[in-house]
Design a protein around this ligand. Structure first.
Ligand SMILES: Nc1ncnc2c1ncn2[C@@H]1O[C@H](COP(=O)(O)O)[C@@H](OP(=O)(O)O)[C@H]1O
Ligand SMILES: [Mg+2]
Ligand SMILES: [Mg+2]
Ligand SMILES: [Mg+2]
Length: 396
C-alpha cells in the first residue's frame, strides 16, 4: 500500500488565551405571569457542561495522538475490511476504546451511554488476538505517555469491552455520547484529512461537540482546491457547547480563539466543500448547484468532518453532501460537525431545508442530502438545491 504522509509539526500560533465556557451561565428565568416554558435551546444554553467538555476534549485529544502515531507508520495488517466493505484500522478501534475509557474515568458519577461506529465483532473472531494486542498496546502507550490513570493498565478484554460500550441506540431520552473514532478512514489511509468526532446528545439535542482534526492546517485552507497533503502547521481541535459559540485551538496547545462562519453573501465569492470520495456524495449534483448559484471557485474536496471545522472558521462557506440512493446517514458522521458549525453562526439542514434530527437512534432520517452554509446564503442555496434536484430527476 502506498501512503502519502502529511508532515505533522504542530506548533501553536494562536496567542489569545481565553477560558471559554468557564464563565458561569445565565440562570433560567420562569415568569409566573405568562407561565411560558423556556425553549429547549434556552434551557440547554443555560446548563453547564463544563465537566463533560473537559472530559470530551481530553478523550478526543488522546485519541488524536493515537491516530497520529498509527498514521505515521501504518502496517498492512493494521487495516481490515468490514462486512460493508468499508475499511477499519487498529486506530479506529484504539480511538474508540480510548474515548470510551477516558469518558468513563473522567465522569464516573454519570450514567454512560455511547453511540459509536465500531464494534468488536471482527476482533473476537479466530486469529484476531494479535490485532487485539496491538490495539491494547496502542491504548496503554497513549495513556502512559499522558501520565493519566497510571494505576491501571488495560487488558485486551478491557479494551474490547470499552469498544463495545459504543452499542447504545441513542434516542430522545437522557444523555448519549456520539462518537466517530475516525471519521474519514479512507482519508486517514491516504495520509489525508480525518477527524475524531465526539458529541453529546441531551434529550435528543446535540449540546456539545468536539472535533479533533490532526491534519487540518491551523491557518485557513481557503482556495486549497483538491489537495492530498497540506503544508504548514497542522492539527486543530474545535469545540462547542450549545449557546456558547465555537472555539478552536491547536492540538498542541489550549489557547483557544472564537471562530465564526464566513459572512460572504455573494455566491460568486463563495467556495464549497464536498467529500473527496465520489462514492460518498454526488459531485455532479453539487457542481450543478454551484453553477446555478454562480460559485466561481472549484470545489474543495476533503475527507471527514474536517469540512465542518473548516467551514466553522470561514475557510469556505458551503458544504454539500448528496449520498447516492439508498445510503442512510449515521448520527456520528454529523453530530459534532453540526454543533461546531451551528455555534459558529452557520446553518445545517437536509436538502429540503429541514433541521437534522439526532433523536431517532443511530441513523438520521433525512431528505436527500445535507447542506451547510451561513444564514445569508441559505435561501438562495436551498432554491438552487431544489432546482438542481428537480432537473436531475427529470433527466433520469
Ligand atoms: N456510500 C456512501 N455515501 C455516503 N457516505 C458514506 C458512504 N459510504 C461511507 N460513507 C460515510 O462517509 C464518511 C466519510 O465522509 P466523507 O466523505 O465526508 O469523508 C464515512 O465515515 P467513516 O470514515 O467514519 O466510515 C462513512 O460513514
Ligand atoms: Mg467507517
Ligand atoms: Mg464517519
Ligand atoms: Mg469512522
Amino acid at each position: 500500500m502506498s501512503i502519502n504522509f502529511v508532515s505533522i509539526i504542530a506548533k501553536p500560533k494562536i496567542t489569545i488565551t481565553t477560558n471559554p465556557f468557564l464563565v458561569s451561565s445565565p440562570l433560567l428565568f420562569f415568569s409566573n405571569k405568562t407561565k411560558t416554558k423556556p425553549s429547549i435551546l434556552t434551557a440547554f444554553s443555560s446548563m453547564s457542561y463544563d465537566k463533560e467538555l473537559a472530559a470530551a476534549k481530553k478523550a478526543a485529544s488522546l485519541a488524536a495522538r493515537l491516530c497520529q502515531k498509527v498514521q505515521k507508520a501504518i502496517l498492512q495488517s493494521d487495516v481490515q475490511s468490514k462486512s460493508d466493505k468499508s475499511p477499519v484500522t487498529v486506530a479506529d478501534y484504539g480511538s474508540q476504546a480510548l474515548v470510551s475509557y477516558v469518558l468513563q474515568r473522567e465522569l464516573p458519577s454519570e450514567l454512560f451511554s455511547l453511540v459509536a461506529e465500531e464494534d468488536s465483532e471482527d476482533l473476537r473472531k479466530d486469529g484476531a488476538q494479535e490485532t487485539q494486542e496491538r490495539i491494547t498496546k496502542l491504548v496503554n502507550d497513549i495513556l502512559a505517555s499522558d501520565g493519566s490513570y497510571s494505576d491501571s493498565i488495560l487488558s485486551t478484554d478491557d479494551v474490547v469491552k470499552a469498544i463495545d460500550c459504543g452499542k447504545s441506540e441513542g434516542g430522545s431520552r437522557g444523555r448519549h455520547w456520539v462518537l466517530d473514532p475516525i471519521d474519514g478512514t479512507k482519508g486517514f489511509l491516504r495520509g489525508d484529512q480525518y477527524a475524531i468526532a465526539l458529541a453529546l446528545l441531551d434529550e435528543g439535542t446535540v449540546v456539545l461537540g468536539v472535533l479533533a482534526c490532526p491534519n487540518l492546517p491551523i491557518t485557513s485552507i481557503a482556495g486549497g482546491g483538491s489537495h492530498h497533503s497540506l503544508p504548514g502547521e497542522v492539527g486543530c481541535l474545535f469545540f462547542s457547547v450549545a449557546g456558547g459559540g465555537t472555539y478552536m485551538h491547536s492540538l498542541d496547545s489550549s489557547s483557544a480563539v472564537k471562530v465564526q462562519v464566513s459572512s460572504i453573501d455573494n455566491p460568486e465569492e463563495a467556495s464549497f466543500f464536498e467529500s473527496y470520495e465520489a462514492a460518498h456524495s454526488m459531485h455532479d449534483l453539487s457542481s450543478s448547484i454551484a453553477k446555478k448559484l454562480g460559485v466561481k471557485a472549484p470545489p474543495v474536496r476533503i475527507d471527514s468532518q474536517a469540512k465542518y471545522g473548516a467551514l466553522s472558521r470561514g475557510d469556505g462557506v458551503i458544504y454539500l453532501r448528496f449520498p447516492h440512493k439508498g445510503y442512510r446517514e449515521k448520527i456520528w458522521d454529523h453530530a459534532a460537525g453540526y454543533i461546531v458549525v451551528a455555534e459558529a453562526g452557520g446553518v445545517v439542514t437536509d436538502a429540503a431545508g429541514n433541521p437534522l434530527d439526532f433523536s431517532k437512534g443511530r441513523y438520521l432520517d433525512l431528505d436527500t442530502g445535507i447542506i451547510v452554509t451561513n444564514q445569508k446564503l441559505m435561501p438562495s442555496l436551498l432554491k438552487a438545491v431544489r432546482e438542481s434536484i428537480e432537473e436531475k430527476i427529470s433527466s433520469l
